[in-house]
Design a protein around this ligand. Sequence first.
Ligand code: ATP
Ligand code: MG
Length: 395
Amino acid sequence: MEYKVFLIKYAEIGVKGKNRHLFEDALVRQMNYALEPVGDFRMRKESGRIFAEAESDFDFDEAVEALKTVFGISGICPIMVGEKTDLKDLRRLAAEYVGQEYEKKDFSFKAFVRRADKRFPGTSAELAAEIGEAVLMEYPDLTVDVHNPQVKLTVEIRDHIYIYSREIPGPGGMPVGTNGRAMLLLSGGIDSPVAGYMIAKRGVSIDAVYFHAPPYTSERAKQKVVDLASQVAHYSGPINLHIINFTDIQLAIYEKCPHDELTIIMRRYMMKLAEHFAVEQNCLGLITGESIGQVASQTMQSLFVTDHATGMPVYRPCIGLDKNEIIAISEKIGTYETSVLPYEDCCTIFVAKHPVTKPRLNVIERSEKKLKDCIDDLMREAIETVEVVKIHAHQ
Ligand code: ATP
Ligand code: MG
């Protein structure tokens, strides 16, 4: 069957009163964003339902894939829409739907009716019985099973008749834009794009910072981060990517601080710079792809020392995941292949052979004093020379 309309279901938990309005508006905005490259769609809200109606030709699979990137959607139902006239037409439409939707007519089914328009004659139960009978008359090899039907034939009577039986699972979560904004520290690795995805899934809008260290890191490494941001933007919506030139700060640390502390000190300055841009963008937290114990800079002691560099909450959604679990998510969301491209990262260039794994805050703070003559100027320089790129999913 050629579908023109999708009924969008969303989890209604916590979506009461004024919140419901905000939730639905954000959902519609993200649906528009996702469907923009697929075709012209009109979104319509109707008592706890959202309909996406195509006003141009479109590819069905592409539309479903796009809707699967919209957080807040729990189910995507392709529906048949018919004129609401009388019982005879209702029976005919239901049989027609089954005829077009299912090639083999040998399954068990149950008809469900939701009579939102109470003027339509008959109770929901009576109408369900009518529909069941009409479908059986047309296709005698079908059976009715009220306990465990293979097909749930759902008919909603509203301003039109809506018929559907298929619900494609959505991504769940909450619509982006319903839960504030956070700043993602986005490297070219596997973990940070996944971290951004996971926080966006809770309704949080995302901006990002990337620490670039030319000429030690190449333009290709930067392009890789732009590509990853664009992939995350499929889910999160547009991202302001801040590309920060980190070279001079890294060189200063390298020159003046103990080499086994390079990584942890560098990470603390990353946090401080990220916080600066987070405040500027009205973000309420930072996001990283850290996971306990993954590398020396992610031991509990290192995370403790890193956290003390910023007064902002740091959200680390990968914190309890194993690498293979993070990889599984990155494959699902489509960032994995880009993440494993072999370009150098600024962290990998200035790493010590034996970095401290149990840094102590007072020791690290003492080492940082060695930077006191230059660090303020270097930080200011990094802030002033930032390059901000607006990243869209559909570049
Ligand atoms: P990832 O796979 O996300 O790069 P990783 O395993 O390489 O993580 P680290 O290099 O220790 O781990 O980085 C930990 C976190 O710090 C990253 O997940 C990311 O949030 C942030 N980060 C690291 N390098 C950069 C960078 N160059 N620019 C922005 N953020 C970075
Ligand atoms: Mg990394």
